[in-house]
Design a protein around this ligand. Structure first.
Ligand code: KG4
Ligand code: ZN
Length: 336
């Protein structure tokens, strides 16, 4: 059978990324220009700055992805691009670049859902992983519990009612003075803290048993900080970070294990930026081992935003016959 090469582009938030992926699972190149340093002084992603930087970098990043893969554009079977969800101005840069390349070269265009990309990151290093399985997607913008029924076929069984998990990490990190981006910083300082030092609430969301809520937890941490201040006590940053982190992980693990038991899946995967959290990975590893469930997770570089995961997802869309026209547009709130 003929090998399929896909040039993939991702620009939904603050990473300008391009990759060349062979047959959906083999990454020939993975170029990521991270804008994090640029946004740090503002304490979060500034959409207008992100769009401008994407415009500056996108051609270089795409050219480097082809060069690193030692491939010519003419060898590509498809041009894949994230078209949502994400920041509209940021998405538009990738979508416009992909459309222009596709139009000029005649190579088919495939629009990819960002979350489908995150889920598909698991295919890159786990060659044997096949649907059906359950996947927890936890990133800066999303917290979804997803049944992956087949390639390109998803059912969301749980979602956050308010903040995404990564958003909670970022907000709490800012409040305790760790700065942006909060996830990796909380991960690091938590290693020196006691996760049982402070009991923060584990939110139950009434009727929808697999839904999440993290804004109450965030408020509880803020209240704790205020009470420390009122009493003139110095808060132990590492203990607060570790206790907060444990509260998030407990809820994620609880919901995931309940869903695995109810749906009967024996395979479980995690995805998204928060999936690179070291304590989360360890906790899920143990919980799955105890229940005889195979646990899958991408390497950290494929957890946070990248284009290789978009190329992996696009391969299965390609096989399913999905092709997009030049009317493809950025859809900031695209549904899975
Ligand atoms: O998937 P991603 O790169 O972008 C989105 O699609 O949102 O996820 C970024 C999020 C940020 O909120 C960041 O703080 C969080 O992932 N994150 C982490 C870790 N690394 C990144 N959260 C917890 N622990 C980490 N090690
Ligand atoms: Zn993402």
């Amino acid at each position: 059978e003929k090998d399929i090469y896909i040039l993939a582009i991702e620009s939904s938030c603050d990473e300008t990324a391009a990759a060349v992926v062979k047959n959906g699972r083999e990454v020939l190149s993975n170029v990521i220009y991270s804008q994090i340093a640029l946004h740090t002084e503002y304490g979060g992603v500034v959409p207008e700055i992100a769009s401008r930087k994407h415009i500056e970098k996108i051609n270089q990043v795409i050219e480097k992805a082809l060069a690193d893969a030692d491939k010519a554009l003419t060898q590509m079977d498809a041009i894949a691009v994230t078209y949502g969800p994400g920041l509209v101005g940021a998405l538009l840069v990738g979508v416009s670049a992909a459309k222009a390349i596709s139009f000029a070269s005649g190579i088919p265009l495939i629009g990819v859902h960002h979350i489908e990309g995150h889920i598909s990151a698991n295919y890159i290093e786990n060659k044997e992983l096949d649907p059906p399985f359950l996947c927890l997607v936890v990133s800066g913008g999303h917290s979804h519990l997803v049944v992956v029924k087949d390639y390109g076929e998803y059912e969301i069984i749980g979602r956050t009612r308010d903040d995404a998990a990564g958003e909670a990490f970022d907000k709490v990190a800012r409040a305790i003075g760790l700065g942006y981006p909060g996830g990796p910083k909380i991960d690091k300082v938590s290693r020196e803290g006691n996760p049982d030092a402070i009991h923060f609430p584990r939110a139950k969301v009434g009727d929808a048993e697999y839904d999440f809520s993290f804004s109450g937890l965030k408020s509880a941490v803020l209240n704790y900080l205020n009470s420390c201040q009122m009493k003139g006590e110095k808060m132990a940053v590492a203990d607060v970070a570790a206790s907060f982190q444990k509260a998030v992980i407990d809820v994620l693990v609880d919901h995931s294990m309940d869903a695995l038991a109810k749906y009967g899946y024996k395979k479980f995967a995690i995805a998204g930026g928060v999936a690179s959290n070291s304590s989360l990975r360890k906790t899920f590893e143990e919980a799955c081992a105890k229940r005889g469930i195979a646990f899958y997770h991408p390497s950290p570089v494929y957890c946070t935003d990248n284009a290789a995961m978009i190329g992996a997802a696009a391969y299965y869309e390609y096989q399913n016959g999905v092709r997009h026209g030049f009317d493809l547009n950025a859809v900031p709130n695209l549904k899975l």
